[in-house]
Ligand binder design. Sequence first.
Ligand code: NDP
Ligand code: 8X3
Length: 251
Amino acid sequence: MSKIVLITGATAGIGEACARLFAQQNYDLILTGRRTERLDALATQLVSEFGIRVNTITMDVQIKEDVAKLEMLTDEWKKVNILINNAGLSQGLDPINSGSTTDWEVMIDTNIKGLLYVTKLVSNWMIENGSGHIINIGSIAGKETYLNGNVYCATKHAVDSLNKAMRIDLLPYKIKVTAIHPGAVETEFSEVRFHGDKERAKKVYEGFDALNAHDIAETIWFVASRPPHVNINDILVMPTAQANTSHLLRE
Ligand code: NDP
Ligand code: 8X3
């Protein structure tokens, strides 16, 4: 049996890039997300290209009962070596006095509560298995707060804090815990943030070389492939053109 990685939000962007890279490294995959067709298409492609095994589970991490579908995996599939808590999103970029409370709830329910539901379940499997590695996808937005980023930044600060908490709580079980905090990565992220406005989304990445999803997957692979005695607690990875959330060199 190969090693197993469970990736939340594998239908696009960073999660999809991780699926490809871990498949290439001969991992079996548990891929989750809300869009079943994308999950199935990716699974079919990776199985045929790399000869690995893939289990897909359509689930919305905001919904506890959906996340509970993971319990239906067989004992063999519950031997998860790596969990990548990647599913996440931003909705809107508005001042605190006029932001949409619906947008806020979606971000809080996905980025914080969803991550917690998945982690609670899978960390117990890891404890039973006697090992594991949880990799949380935070953000530069979890280290800094920027104009109109309010609730998204707050959710990613929560991920940063939960990452530290997991590291402490899971220490007795020798479970590794790592946060990866990317700066601007060109994915569907901005399109989702701007509710499908592709033109506005494109402008976010104009005039500089943003990171791409594969850059982050490679960083994740690096932390996942360290020897057993090495745990990388935290990595902040930025485009060369971006120093922080307020200093971005556009040419
Ligand atoms: P994408 O929009 O390209 O991908 C997001 C993924 O998350 C999709 O697979 C989506 O799947 C999944 N997802 C979103 N909401 C849910 C949900 N409720 N339940 C299950 N899955 C969900 O964005 P990225 O790849 O860029 O984002 C991945 C992570 O990286 C996020 O946590 C994001 O906050 C973080 N990040 C992104 C940065 C960037 O600049 N792009 C920078 C820093 C961090 P589906 O819609 O099918 O459910
Ligand atoms: C995504 C990067 O700078 O838009 O987390 O918050 S940013």
